[in-house]
Design a protein around this ligand. Structure first.
Ligand SMILES: O=C(O)C1=C[C@@H](OP(=O)(O)O)[C@@H](O)[C@H](O)C1
Ligand SMILES: C=C(OP(=O)(O)O)C(=O)O
Length: 458
């Protein structure tokens, strides 16, 4: 068993990377475990009674920050072998007040979900993050949690660093989400766990439901009800008995998106992506790619510990531009940067609607994608309605020009998306910093190069 540190070191070393045009992408791989499910398995394991064994945990920086925080809150979380972790929980309501600041690094999910979880405990915690996370809005979670009775003191605009004064005596609420956000939904449900009575979150647009599925797996009662206006009401019954479980984390569909798009773009490619999570609330990118003409076979569909998975066989395809409707955004929210790379190489125009939430991710992804594509010679427009229009070069016999350095603003998905684009451009594409790729996809460069990519130090 590896003795893990109580705190997780920040990413400090800048790592410029460069990606050059490649031939066929070929191989059979399993990308690292799902980030959303990994965070949740550590958090719920930490408040369950007994031991939780997690197989396939994502050992990316974001999740390691969650593991370190759970240890500071009193749980044991140790690594047995690669991807295999044992968590010994303290029991619901028994998280301890941490003696140190909880540093959530680059991770919005870790910060927001944990703020909800500790809000329902009679402890005081100080949360901070890196320069990217400390810019992101937190009022979206502090507002409903304040309605339940927790108190917060943060910087103006509700930014981190921020102090949570939790309570073992919260009142249950029924809360309609003002933004489609699984992080906000999850924060409220996690606060509702140690709250007597029924806590309800109403969502007009369905967002990822890993919290609901995993809460049920640990023994909680979570119900969903379709309301007259079509919205979904998700209710957790407070103070359940949560007991340690075994969890198998599927490969992350958001990470699989990068090699999948690379294979679609490069002639002669055939790639098998094994064990990819196919929760329908996560598969919007794959639906969009198929609409664009992608040859993706979803083989061996099966259920793995409550989550659907499949093996994806991806072959090179001539993609065509499409209109991506706004209501698809929650199911592909993290995949727009890599879709934009695919769209830049597709024939015709791709219009992506309803991208407002992209502005509050690790970077303003709408601005960063548009700026990066423009630097690579791609014609692109950002609409006043937060839409993105990309004019593809497909069918011209040439890829986008490339030959530029793209800024990444501490954003892993911007870095990976432009390295994928560089595999198909006339001249190489560089990114100013690839270090943050380790937050969600450790081993990205080695794995991509093993498939045929040419990514190296810039
Ligand atoms: O709940 C989660 O695990 C996540 C929800 C999404 O964020 P929002 O809820 O802010 O849309 C997503 O962008 C993030 O990568 C992971
Ligand atoms: C938005 C993301 O993560 P988070 O909100 O957890 O930082 C992401 O991984 O793309």
């Amino acid at each position: 068993m590896t003795q893990a540190p109580a705190t997780q070191a920040p990413i400090t070393q800048v790592k410029p990377l460069r990606s050059a045009a490649t031939g066929a992408i070929q191989g059979s791989i399993r990308v690292p475990g799902d980030k959303s499910i990994s965070h949740r398995s550590l958090m719920l394991g930490a408040i369950a009674v007994g031991e939780t064994v997690i197989h396939g945990l994502l050992e990316g920086e974001d999740v390691l920050h969650t593991a370190a925080a759970m240890r500071l809150l009193g749980a044991q979380a140790e690594r047995d072998a690669a991807g295999v972790w044992r968590v010994r929980g303290v029991g619901l309501g028994a998280l301890q007040e941490p003696a140190q600041v909880l540093d959530m690094g680059n991770s919005g999910t870790a910060a927001r979900l944990l703020m909800g979880l500790v809000a329902g405990h009679p402890i005081t915690c100080v949360f901070t993050g890196d320069a990217s996370l400390n810019k992101r809005p937190m009022a979206r979670v502090t507002k409903p949690l304040e309605e339940m009775g927790a108190r917060f003191v943060g910087r103006s605009g509700g930014r981190l660093p921020l102090t949570v004064v939790g309570s073992g005596d919260l009142v249950p609420i029924s809360y309609r989400l003002p933004v489609a956000s699984a992080q906000v939904k999850s924060a409220i449900l996690l606060a509702g766990l140690n709250t007597a009575g029924a806590t309800t979150v109403i969502e007009a647009e369905p967002t990822r439901d890993h919290t609901e599925l995993m809460l049920r797996h640990f023994g909680a009662t979570v119900t969903t009800e379709r309301l007259a206006d079509g919205a979904l009401a998700v209710t957790v019954t407070g103070q359940p008995e949560l007991t340690g479980r075994t969890i198998h984390v599927p490969a992350d569909p958001s990470s699989a998106a990068f090699p999948a798009v690379a294979a679609l773009l490069r002639p002669g490619s055939e790639l098998l992506l094994n064990d990819v999570g196919m929760n329908p609330r996560r598969t919007g990118l794959y639906d969009t790619l198929v609409e664009m003409g992608a040859d993706i076979a979803f083989e061996n569909r099966r259920d793995q510990a409550g989550e659907p998975v499949a093996d994806l066989r991806v072959r090179h395809s001539a993609l065509k531009g499409v209109v991506v409707p706004a209501d698809r955004a929650p199911s592909m929210i993290d995949e727009y940067p890599v879709l934009a790379a695919a769209a830049a190489c597709a024939e015709g125009t791709t219009v992506m609607l309803g991208l407002k939430e992209l502005r509050v991710k690790e970077s303003d992804r709408l601005a960063m994608v548009a700026e990066g594509l423009a630097r690579c010679g791609v014609s692109v427009e950002v609409g006043a309605d937060d839409s993105l229009t990309v004019h593809g070069t497909g069918g011209t016999g040439k890829g986008p020009k490339g030959g530029a350095t793209v800024l990444t603003a501490m954003d892993h998905r911007i870095a990976m998306s432009f390295l994928v684009l560089g595999m198909a451009t006339e001249e190489p594409v560089s990114v100013d910093d690839g270090a943050f790729i380790d937050t969600s996809f450790p081993g990205f460069v080695g794995l991509m190069n093993g498939l045929g990519a040419k990514i190296g130090e810039a």
